[in-house]
Design a protein around this ligand. Structure first.
Ligand SMILES: [Zn+2]
Length: 469
């Protein structure tokens, strides 16, 4: 009888074991970016309706609540996890402790069949660990939530981990911007570079200069053309279809707050002194003048000798700084054509008096705003062409050129964010498929982008330290 009982128990055990094997399969680990250290260990942790989440502080609770919300509302209809303040580790434990030996933005994650323990020294470190958990979980609703046992020690390599979006050429609504920010957060990026202004569309409400959005946010869609071909602003009374849009200051505050909750800083880009054609369709008085005193129409640069150009942009920055608390403000500064300045009677006079080359006139313009921003406790960043002339030493450079030119700009000693164009521009083709929609040109495959090493190995430690992102 005893033997029979034993056999029965063994049979039941084998049955349960085999059931467990079929239902609790160890999931593959798919993480982007891959953590600094990851050790796979035996088994899985299964989240059940009775799983308890413990936290050690209110700051940890905010992150734990995100996790509970994800499980309860997005991934499973049948679970309702609760957060409990408890220094003892329950099934899942979130902990922030500044005395822990963990890097500022780093985290440690330990998953065993009995528990999940996530620790960080700061709240953003814990948030990045939470996003690792998000990536380990299923992407859609599921009745089984299983995580593979593992140990992770992770921290970001660069302080600036950004993603850029140009809303000037093509306008995206706030709902899309928030979705975009969600994707940044999921991949542990911390800067949303919001390209709000360029030559063919002004997208930020400026109360002191309302024509920038009354006129500059809209363009005509000409017959048989796409909205981005043949740029011309749409004015009241025009019969063509109108294309465009802009963000009100209230919407911008909403986006900045949304990003902040996800540990993301929004860095706005306001173009100067070039790439500004749309501004002069709204305020033509800021254009250069030829020797006969006529406005040089069609130009995309501010008149660099006109004090009104500087006052106008200062007004804009005053409102921009109120909306964006970021340390950095991006001033564009790329591809400034010098032809207009060379033919403007006032700019010619200024260059002669100050013994400026056209490039030095550009740096005069850029440095004015470097100082303006510095005086208000902010930092200027611009595309690498701002190094022409005599750029202020405190300016930070964003480099979009080919990877071979990185050295040239690193040697100048400015802090740099590398956005190497031939790899990191996503308006390129991303596959060799003939079904891929029309792209700008170039080819940036997922593996090329993921495996890209931004810092050349042959540069000195000192030069490499200047690469902030
Ligand atoms: Zn001029």
């Amino acid at each position: 009888m005893k033997i029979l009982n034993f056999s029965l128990i063994l049979l039941i055990s084998l049955f349960v074991y085999s059931c467990k094997n079929t239902t609790v399969e160890r999931p593959d680990i798919k993480l982007v970016p891959w953590p600094n250290q990851l050790i796979e260990t035996e088994g899985t942790f299964v989240i059940t309706p009775g799983t308890i989440v413990s936290i050690n502080s209110d700051q940890a609770k905010e992150i734990a609540n995100l996790f509970v919300d994800l499980i309860n509302n997005k991934l499973s209809n049948s679970f309702s996890l609760k957060v409990k303040k408890d220094t003892l580790v329950q099934d899942i434990h979130f902990e922030i402790d500044s005395s822990l030996d963990i890097e500022k933005e780093g985290y440690q994650l330990n998953i065993t069949p009995k528990s999940i323990v996530l620790k960080a020294a700061t709240q953003n470190g814990l948030f990045y660990g939470y996003n690792t958990l998000v990536q380990l979980l299923p992407v859609s609703k599921s009745e089984t939530l299983v995580l593979p046992a593992l140990e992770i020690i992770d921290a970001p390599r660069f302080a600036w981990r950004g993603l850029h979006l140009d809303v000037s050429r093509h306008f995206f609504p706030v709902s899309y911007i928030k979705k975009y920010i969600d994707y940044l957060a999921l991949h542990k990026l911390n800067v949303f570079h919001w390209h709000l202004v360029d030559g063919i569309g002004w997208r930020i409400e400026i109360k002191s200069h309302p024509e920038l959005t009354n006129i500059g946010a809209w363009r005509k869609v000409k017959e048989g053309k796409k909205p981005w071909q043949d740029f011309e602003v749409w004015r009241e009374g025009d019969t063509e279809e109108k294309y465009g849009g802009f963000y009100t200051q209230e919407e911008i505050k909403e986006v900045v707050a949304y990003a902040k909750e996800r540990f993301i800083t929004v860095v706005p880009e306001i173009e100067l002194p070039g790439h500004s054609k749309v501004v002069f369709q709204c305020y033509p008085e800021l254009l250069c003048q030829d020797n006969s005193g006529n406005k040089i129409l069609g130009s995309d640069v501010y008149c660099a000798s006109n004090p009104e150009s500087y006052r106008f942009l200062e007004d804009i920055f005053d409102e921009v700084l109120e909306l964006f608390p970021s340390d950095y403000i991006h001033i564009g500064g790329d591809e400034v054509g010098k032809t207009t300045w060379k033919t403007c009677k006032h700019c010619q006079k200024m260059m002669k008096e100050k013994h400026y080359s056209p490039e030095e006139l550009q740096s005069h313009f850029v440095n004015h705003f470097d100082k303006y921003l510095k005086d208000k406790g902010r930092k200027l960043i611009g595309w690498h062409e701002i190094t022409q002339g005599n750029l202020s030493e405190t300016a930070t450079i964003m480099y979009w050129g080919g990877d071979k030119g990185v050295f040239r700009y690193l040697e100048k000693g400015h802090p740099m964010v590398l956005t190497t164009g031939n790899i990191l521009y996503f308006d390129h083709y991303q596959s060799m498929s003939k079904f891929e929609p029309k792209a700008f040109g170039g080819y940036s495959s997922l593996s090329n982008v993921y495996n890209y090493e931004p810092v050349p190995d042959s540069i000195s430690i000192q030069m490499a330290a200047n690469v902030i992102g």
